[in-house]
Design a protein around this ligand. Structure first.
Ligand SMILES: NC(=O)c1ccc[n+]([C@@H]2O[C@H](COP(=O)([O-])OP(=O)(O)OC[C@H]3O[C@@H](n4cnc5c(N)ncnc54)[C@H](O)[C@@H]3O)[C@@H](O)[C@H]2O)c1
Length: 451
């Protein structure tokens, strides 16, 4: 017997919502559902995170502790490692990582492990939504077959004739568009794209999310929703590569690319500004496009824009290191043996996220060329071991004038708002600015090399 639960059920109050993966995406989502009055359980495989959350503590800089405390106290939010509690959930939202493996191919092991842990507890009428960014087809080809091992069915179907199709459970994809640290657009203001495995699943997910976001954008299939997220991120990746390439040309031609971008951005239609930098960072833009290139191979299709953008963006940290060497050379100093201070480890300003940060690569390249390195980042008093890098011996140095003056070169890798750029340039012997953070400074421009 199919479930007699209708999609409209998910418009109801005080639903039990389970969020699997309480990271940058899952935690804000959990708090938003709690804020809307639902009973939210955060499931995470990391017992330390679970303990912190239940104690009302945050581990993500921009997520306030008071908010977690408020919902823990009001019993709208709790966290657990016990997946048997999934049984009691009305909706289960999956927000686990989707990185690349060593061969830069999709690593869906977290998604797969999560779905395998849902399957024994899956109940009739439950709604499961995958939120992790992935290639088109993942929900249908990976998630659905595992869940259907329960013996319950959620047939793949679309169109009006499939509207009344009976289902045992609901399954959909809805990509996360969270931009950590963005003060203008929070989760509630960002429209949410939703695509179901069948119409009932799409409608169920639409009903659920309409309670927590201002606008839900339904698409006809889960595949379309998966592709929409990749289009957004590939659009960014390709445009950043374009502007990075034009920056290199502009530098050679003696043109200020930032001035050019500002001028072009005054066009009221048909142009959107993107800014050059030391390379791509974060969990999404350097990673997600390769999910599509990988899938495209199955269709004998080569995604040339993605490959080209990857090539240009990957070369940027190498360019930064060459620019540092050239700036030192101008001052009759070699990079080998030079004392270099890197400012900003995070992949973008004002976040405590190191993932894929180009500063990590720049450090590796500088180290290989014999520079003596230190760093400062207010968000990282010390560094931890990562998949590709181990700088766990390094601690953030103080940023006082005497310390700054002791380096041959200070590199602005990430332009955190808290830095006093005028004071940094005043104190430094030489500044290499990869973000144009010093653009408004007038004094000591001779010390600044843009790159
Ligand atoms: N961070 C972003 O800005 C952002 C934005 C949009 C989309 N996304 C996508 O959202 C997804 C999640 O990213 P994130 O940044 O939140 O990752 P994250 O690493 O911050 O969080 C993932 C959480 O999942 C937990 N986890 C891992 N495996 C698990 C398992 N088997 N069971 C339960 N918990 C498990 C981890 O302990 C961690 O707390 C990814 O697909 C990412 O591409 C991220």
């Amino acid at each position: 017997m199919a479930t007699d639960r209708k999609p409209e059920f998910f418009k109801g109050a005080q639903l039990n919502v389970g969020i699997i993966g309480c990271g940058y995406v899952g935690l804000p989502l959990a708090l938003r559902f709690a804020e809307a009055g639902h009973r939210v359980t955060g499931f995470d495989s990391d017992p330390e995170k679970v303990a912190k959350l239940n104690a009302g503590k945050t581990y993500i800089e921009h997520i306030p502790q008071t908010k977690i405390q408020q919902f823990v106290h009001s019993r709208h939010f709790s966290a657990t490692t016990d997946f048997s509690r999934l049984k009691g959930m009305d909706a289960i939202l999956i927000c686990v990582p989707t990185p690349l493996d060593e061969r830069r191919e999709p690593d869906l092991s977290y998604v797969e492990a999560t779905v395998r842990s849902i399957q024994p507890h899956l109940q009739k009428g439950q709604l499961v939504v995958l939120e992790s960014t992935t290639y088109p087809g993942t929900t249908e080809e990976l998630v659905l077959p595992i869940l259907e091992k329960s013996g319950m069915r959620c047939p793949i179907a679309k169109g009006p004739e499939a509207e009344k199709l009976p289902v045992d459970f609901f399954l959909a994809f809805s990509p996360e568009r969270e931009d950590p640290g963005n003060k203008q657009f929070g989760l509630a203001q960002i429209p949410k794209v939703v695509g179901g495995i069948n119409p009932a699943s799409g409608q169920a997910a639409q009903a659920l999310y309409s309670q927590v976001v201002a606008r839900v954008v339904p698409v006809s299939t889960a595949r379309a929703a998966e592709m929409a997220k990749l289009l957004e991120n590939i659009f960014r990746c390709v445009n950043i590569a374009l502007v990075n390439e034009l920056k290199l040309l502009s530098l050679r031609m003696g043109i200020d690319i930032w001035e050019v971008i500002d001028a072009a951005a005054t066009k009221p239609f048909g142009f959107m500004p993107f800014y050059p930098g030391p390379g791509l960072g974060g969990h999404c833009i350097p990673v997600d496009p390769y999910y599509l290139s990988w899938k495209a191979r199955e269709y004998d299709f080569s995604t040339r824009f993605i490959e080209l953008a990857g090539e240009v963006n990957t070369a940027m940290p190498y360019h930064v290191v060459d620019a540092i060497a050239a700036a030192l050379n101008q001052r009759e100093k070699s990079l080998k043996g030079a004392k270099v201070l890197l400012l900003g480890m995070a992949y973008k300003k004002d976040v405590d996220d190191l993932r894929e940060s180009p500063t990590l690569k720049i450090m590796q390249l500088l180290h290989e060329r014999g520079a003596k390195l230190d760093y400062n980042d207010p968000y990282f008093p010390k560094l931890h071991k990562m998949r590709h890098y181990d700088y766990s011996h390094m601690k953030s140095v103080a940023l006082d004038p005497k310390t700054i003056a002791s380096y041959d070169c200070v590199v602005i890798a990430t332009d955190h708002s808290s830095y006093d750029y005028a004071a940094i340039v005043d104190a430094a012997k030489l500044v290499v600015d990869t973000r144009n953070a010093t653009r408004r400074l007038v004094r000591h421009r001779e010390k600044i090399a843009l790159c």
